[in-house]
Design a protein around this ligand. Structure first.
Ligand code: GAP
Length: 460
């Protein structure tokens, strides 16, 4: 994990939020390489969940919502984690997680009474990570919603407008708009990538548990009780998408929830084998008609779907897939991270799939002090960039150093313009060396064939 965090910082993938002010816990910034990788992940997810599906619609809902939305959804009353405080130094702990760390199965959905029973039975084994004391308060439910003062110009105690605790609520609020404007037939889906904020008690494990993060969600609206087959299909699709972006199948597994969150009838997680072990990557939930029923009750708006053929009226059930984009990002980097030996030297290489790599190819002049080589390399670079925007230029240090740098950020191809490109050996005029990241092998390729070759690799 330390190596991954260090590489992410060193190579411009991820920075701690507010770092020059000593950092803000649970908030991260994606740097120049990170934002490219993040966007490539989101593009692939959008392609799989909107473009490649029939009857799925994209959405980008506003973040702020009327306060009653979070009452209707159950978040003001039921969205909490068990918190306890060290009586000596006031350090806060998430009780289910510290119990989990000593091998006791507990989770955030347990009642206050049940988790306190477990906590009391194991208090002696749990030391405060800051001061070492074994003197904690009782566990109490701590609500995770983040409040804002949007629209409150009086500083009075008016009802707070919350930041979204889960992005998917935007989909439920626009469900009726989508039905009215797009006239979808059942079943139909809505896909959205949106921000979520949670007052996590102990943000940790880098991008895994943050206070601000992005969720990529799909909600499939179905006829009541037609959930079984569709649920299995969605689970299959989501599993296969991870394989399609290059995640190794051995690092994925299924986990079914025993204690269900307040809205779910059935819930499965896809877990990834993170550096600390298997942990939740994505949740796939059968939410029945809970969400639309609640919003219908609280808003007074009729959210029933009218079947255009039979005129039958019903509140659709919902099957949800929800994943933190940062958790995918971390899984992708962890899966791609390798240390190997090449040409007698140890190297770090990110074996990212070319479709996700932030830079698709880097162009080098063999020597940076030979104007004729630099001019030709600049020509190749400019022409390639017109067709494939994510092309990098590098003329810093010797070729070996440039390869190492590109290996560390996962660039699949390096292109070197040398004297043969200029026609030193006439039969090699207008050809370059193309070096493969994973094998380190080099081949000679005509400049005119480069774009096509790289595009084919990215498309896979
Ligand atoms: N709409 C359903 C929902 O929000 P969830 O299981 O609480 O369900 C869904 O969250 C996904 O969001 C999780 O599987 C995880 O990938 C991501 N996620 C949840 N909390 C997170 C956090 N604090 N930091 C980063 N990602 C988080």
């Amino acid at each position: 994990m330390e190596k991954i965090v260090s590489l992410c910082k060193r190579r411009g993938f991820v920075y701690q939020g507010s770092e020059i002010y000593d950092g803000l816990a649970g908030v991260y910034d994606f740097g120049p390489r990170g934002v490219e990788l993040l966007n490539n992940i989101k593009r692939s997810w959008w392609n799989a969940n909107v473009y490649q599906k029939e009857n799925y619609y994209g959405l980008d809902a506003g973040m702020f919502k009327k306060p009653r939305v979070w009452e209707a959804s159950g978040h003001t009353s039921g969205f909490s984690d068990p918190l306890a405080e060290c009586k000596k130094c006031n350090t806060r702990i998430r009780v289910d997680k510290v119990l989990g760390a000593i091998g006791i199965t507990a989770d955030e959905k347990m009642s206050e009474e049940d988790i306190n029973k477990l906590f009391d039975a194991h208090r002696a084994e749990i030391a405060c990570e800051k001061c070492g004391a074994h003197d904690f308060s009782r566990a109490r439910k701590f609500n995770l919603l983040v409040k804002s003062n949007l629209g409150d110009f009086t500083s009075s105690e008016s009802e707070p407008v919350y930041l979204p605790g889960e992005a998917c609520q935007g989909i439920y609020l626009d469900y009726k708009n989508i039905v009215d404007t797009m006239q979808p037939k059942m079943p139909f889906g809505v896909a959205q990538i949106g921000k979520a904020f949670r007052n996590e008690i102990s943000p940790r494990n880098f991008l895994f548990r943050c206070r601000e993060f992005e969720q990529a969600d799909t909600q499939l609206f179905i006829k009541p009780n037609e959930n079984k087959e569709a649920y299995e299909q969605i689970k299959k699709d989501r599993w296969n998408w991870y394989l399609s972006i290059g995640i190794k199948e051995k690092n994925l597994r299924w986990h079914q929830h025993e204690n269900l969150v307040f809205y779910a009838k059935d819930a499965w997680d896809i877990e990834y084998n993170y550096p600390w072990g298997f942990d939740e990557l994505e949740g796939i939930h059968d939410r029945t008609d809970y969400d639309l029923s609640q919003h219908m009750k609280f808003s007074g708006t009729d959210l029933r779907y009218i079947d255009p053929e039979t005129t039958e009226k019903y509140i659709p059930w919902i099957l949800e897939t929800s994943v933190g984009v940062g958790r995918i990002f971390l899984a992708v980097i962890a899966d791609a991270y390798h240390e190997d030996e090449l040409g007698g030297e140890t190297r770090v290489v990110l074996q990212l799939s070319p479709q996700l790599a932030p830079v698709k190819a880097a162009v080098f002049p063999l020597l940076k002090n030979k104007p004729e080589l630099v001019a030709k390399a600049r020509e190749v670079y400019a022409a390639l960039k017109k067709q494939i925007p994510q092309i990098a230029w590098d003329d810093n240090g010797n070729i070996g150093k440039r390869y190492r740098r590109q290996d560390e950020i996962g660039t699949p191809f390096c292109i070197t313009i040398d004297f043969d490109t200029l026609g030193e050996k006439p039969e090699l005029l207008d050809t370059v060396t193309l070096r493969n990241r994973d094998t380190g092998t080099q081949e000679r390729m005509a400049i005119k064939d480069l774009a096509n070759y790289i595009q084919q690799a990215i498309a896979q």
